[in-house]
Design a protein around this ligand. Structure first.
Ligand SMILES: Cc1cc2nc3c(=O)[nH]c(=O)nc-3n(C[C@H](O)[C@H](O)[C@H](O)COP(=O)(O)OP(=O)(O)OC[C@H]3O[C@@H](n4cnc5c(N)ncnc54)[C@H](O)[C@@H]3O)c2cc1C
Length: 285
């Protein structure tokens, strides 16, 4: 497949190229999804706009008030190994470490992982659980969208023609917040998740009561989804084994899995229960 390769030097130039070609140009960042899709003829594109060489989109910043800002071109490997993130949001490092191999993580970007919008996108559940937002720029200016509302369906996001995701923002978590991310894949990290579960748990300072919790599931619905019924089971209660089981069953019922080459819907539903229970236990530990 032949395509024109365009290399803008600024975000503005990239947006103007994307607008000029009116949806007939595709953005490329690390290329680990896009090039596979082009080669497999899953998508056809006459032009590819490489944002990888735009300076200033690859950063990790932390501010005590605003929290964490991650540039869209930050690689998954940088997220995985960032001591700043490990100290303040270890669940983000954990999720990043579960994506593919080191070679893939060295190329793959966080922006690409989210914009590709696979239901199994590794970084989505933990970031949704942490209430992350997406900074988007395009011909109409800038807007900020909660990551939870960013995904529309498999391979589809709220990004409009000419728009780029440029930053992911993660607020400062409440005190006593901890998280877990577990991926279930038969061949470990090297394949896409059959099920991914993130739990972000905030405990009340005393008595280990669950002040708030997010349970977010990957690969078991058209988009990464919150298991709100499971969250409701736990919120405001002191978590014990019985409650964990109840929440796991609720998550399992809420999931909307499909059967595909990696697993049947029934197996996925069963594993949602198993991995939700484990992820709650790990966040509590
Ligand atoms: C062997 C292998 C194993 C993999 N394992 C996993 C895995 O375990 N878990 C997982 O989640 N993924 C996995 N992937 C998929 C892929 O590596 C990730 O989704 C990766 O993060 C994509 O990032 P990228 O920068 O390479 O995206 P690209 O391929 O460059 O782009 C992906 C999509 O996002 C769009 N895009 C990219 N950046 C932007 C932006 N800033 N604004 C707007 N649109 C943008 C592109 O147009 C394209 O549609 C694997 C891929 C391979 C080849």
């Amino acid at each position: 497949m032949r395509f024109d390769y365009l290399q803008p030097k600024t975000v503005e130039e990239a947006i103007s190229l994307l607008s000029k070609f009116d949806g007939k140009a595709k953005v490329i960042a690390g290329g680990t999804d896009l090039l596979v899709q082009i080669r497999n003829k899953a998508i056809k594109s006459e032009r590819v706009v490489d944002i990888g060489s735009i300076p200033g989109l690859d950063y990790i910043n932390y501010d005590e008030k605003r929290g964490l800002s991650i540039g869209a071109l930050t690689t998954i490997r940088t997220l995985e190994t960032s001591s700043e993130i490990q100290r303040r949001y270890p669940v983000i490092c954990r999720a990043a470490s579960q994506l593919g191999s080191v070679a893939i993580r060295n190329m793959a970007t966080i922006g690409g992982n989210l914009c590709n919008a696979a239901p199994s996108a590794e970084n989505a559940p933990a970031l949704i659980g942490l209430s992350a937002t997406c900074k988007i720029v395009g011909p109409g200016g800038q807007r900020v969208v909660p990551l939870e509302e960013f995904f529309i369906g498999p391979g589809s996001t709220v990004l409009k023609k000419g728009e780029l995701l440029i930053e992911i923002q993660v607020p400062v978590p409440l005190p006593h917040t901890r998280g877990a991310y577990l991926k279930h894949g038969i061949r470990g990290t090297i394949e896409l998740a059959i099920v991914g579960v993130a739990t972000i748990l905030t405990l009340a300072p005393r008595a280990r009561v669950c002040r708030d919790i997010r349970v977010v599931l990957g690969a078991v619905a058209p988009i990464p989804m919150r298991a709100r019924k499971a969250e409701k089971v736990l919120r405001g209660k002191k978590i014990d084994e019985a409650l964990m089981n109840e929440a796991a069953e609720a998550a399992s019922r809420e999931a909307r899995p499909i059967t595909d080459v990696r697993a049947t819907a029934e197996y996925r539903r069963e594993m949602v229960g198993v991995f939700t229970r484990r992820a709650i236990r790990e966040a509590l530990a």
